[in-house]
Design a protein around this ligand. Structure first.
Ligand code: ADP
Ligand code: MG
Length: 490
């Protein structure tokens, strides 16, 4: 574990920043936490609302097994304690987007206890720069509806589509010490959730949002009082909040003020946080066990099924790739997003050799996708087609240069590499007779350079290779060209 050395220097010396994140992640599920209503994003207002979600009198909540399952699988993915016995509590408050007058949550007995995840700030050396961030708990709770104030000059509307949607609240320990660590934590958590499939991670659609707790202290001192900036919806904004809020707190403290524990909001346009309300305590919400719901009891068979359904997670996958000879940087790039990792695994399964496959994927494929603004899921070349191309390079049919040409044609036409090679005669040649003839011609035409080369200007060798390759239309086997040139120039 490496300690970060991020500090902010104020008038009174260096300050350390302490950060803890509470992340709300919408559980991927077709139905809500306690009702059968749908959860699709972007539906017409109030079209996904059951009587339970609208809190009609007499309606009773029924826990959705799939939501519970996703929370348990997420807990397992962060190596957390899974609580076989947990319970729902009512968090009471009044707001127009909350028809029940309370949110069903889990305060006293969350479903998931302590766990952790590893972050790394050095992408060239992920393994050597790991820091473990503690996770306090994950509990499941209902989302509220949404108020819309911009539809009418004098009226506000409420959309209950989100009312009752299942959220996981994932609470970190105050273990982060810089904006970079907070950003890396959120990105890693998002990656894990997306591998697990328990949250789609679409931060711009509100599927994931973070409450950012920040305090400052002199190095080695006790933790300071924290503020909590609510509903921050991107990695970049989380980093900005940590930085701005730390600076603001330092200014307050150094000018003799004190930090009040409060809830703040972030304004991205001004890159500032501002006070929203003073922080409420648990007792303000009059939490009590929800009498409409039995405690949740998970049996071993359920837990086993949850565990068995977990995919290989990003760290394990990255290490497997590294063990196959792929560079740590490439392994990190290939495993950061689940879609890329799936695509790459399919390429390996189709028979491609790990190192060549990683080089090709991170340069040629990612380059092509970048140029065309496509995601890997929209890749015009399938893993099987890429494996065919790489096999032709591996068996010497194609040189690197030819492979690039063939790949371009694959992108344009959708044809397979083998078919392109056949049809266009793009095969690399190792025919020594043909290559020797071209070499003789190149050397004859460049007698002056040959003389310079023989006089000691060895760098000219590359020139002869280039000329020969060019004369052969890029189709000569570069290794054979090298050997024959050495002989011819000896
Ligand atoms: P609450 O539920 O009232 O917000 P918690 O004790 O659950 O309070 O803590 C919420 C979050 O605040 C956690 O993510 C925790 O890591 C973080 N946190 C606690 N103390 C500090 C602190 N002094 N500085 C920064 N973050 C903190
Ligand atoms: Mg909180």
């Amino acid at each position: 574990m490496t300690e970060s050395t991020y500090t902010i220097t104020g008038e009174t010396g260096d300050w350390e920043v302490v950060v803890g994140l509470e992340v709300h992640a919408q559980v991927t599920s077709n139905a809500k936490l306690f009702s059968g209503a749908a959860t699709a994003f972007g539906a017409e207002p109030n079209t996904q609302v059951s009587l339970v979600d609208a809190a009609m009198p007499g309606m009773l909540p029924v826990p959705n097994r799939e939501c519970i399952r996703q929370a348990v699988r997420t807990g397992m993915a962060i190596d957390a304690q899974i609580n076989k016995w947990s319970r729902f509590d009512r968090k009471n408050y009044f707001y127009a987007d909350l028809p029940q007058g309370y949110q069903i949550s889990q305060l006293y007995h969350p479903i998931v206890g302590e766990g952790s995840l590893d972050i790394s700030l050095d992408e060239k050396n992920p393994e050597g720069s790991v820091k473990t961030i503690g996770i306090e708990r994950i509990h499941v709770e209902q989302d509220a509806g949404k108020l819309m104030h911009d539809q009418h000059p004098t009226r506000s509307y409420v959309d209950l589509n989100r009312s009752g949607v299942a959220l996981m609240e994932i609470v970190s320990k105050p273990d982060m010490r810089s904006p970079q660590e907070a950003g890396a934590y959120l990105a890693k958590l998002r990656s894990i959730l997306r591998y697990v499939g328990s949250c789609d991670g679409n931060m711009d659609q509100g599927s994931m949002r973070a409450d950012v707790n920040v305090s400052v202290r002199k190095p080695g001192a006790e933790f300071g009082t924290r503020t909590e900036t609510k509903n921050v919806n991107s990695v970049r904004f989380v980093m900005a909040v940590v930085e701005q809020e730390a600076k603001r707190q330092i200014e307050v403290l150094e000018s003799g003020g004190r930090i009040v524990q409060e809830t703040r909001l972030y304004d991205p346009d001004r890159n500032q946080t501002r006070s929203m309300r003073s922080k409420e305590d648990a007792q303000d919400y009059r939490y009590f066990p929800d009498p409409d719901l039995l405690p949740l009891e998970l049996d071993d068979a359920f837990l086993e099924e949850c565990r068995a359904s977990l995919p290989e997670l990003p760290d394990a996958k990255r290490k497997r790739y590294e063990a196959g000879g792929i560079t740590p940087y490439q392994a990190a790039v290939l495993t950061a997003e689940v879609e890329a990792a799936r695509w790459f695994d399919a390429l390996l399964e189709a028979g491609a050799k790990p190192v060549a496959a990683a080089n090709w994927t991170t340069s040629e494929l990612f380059g092509a996708l970048n140029r065309t603004g496509k995601s890997i899921e929209e890749s015009p070349v399938s893993p099987a087609q890429a494996a065919e191309l790489l096999a032709l390079v591996a068996d010497g049919t194609l040189s690197g240069t030819l492979a690039k040409q063939v790949f371009e044609i694959m992108l344009e036409t959708g044809q397979g590499a083998g078919a392109i090679v056949e049809e266009r005669g793009l095969k690399q040649t190792s025919d020594t007779g043909a290559i020797e003839a071209v070499i003789a011609d190149v050397l004859a035409k460049n007698a002056d350079k040959v003389a310079q080369y023989k006089g000691g200007k060895e760098a000219l060798f590359g020139f002869f290779v280039g000329q020969t390759m060019k004369a052969m239309g890029g189709k000569a086997n570069p290794q054979v060209v090298n050997e024959l040139l050495r002989t011819a120039l000896a």
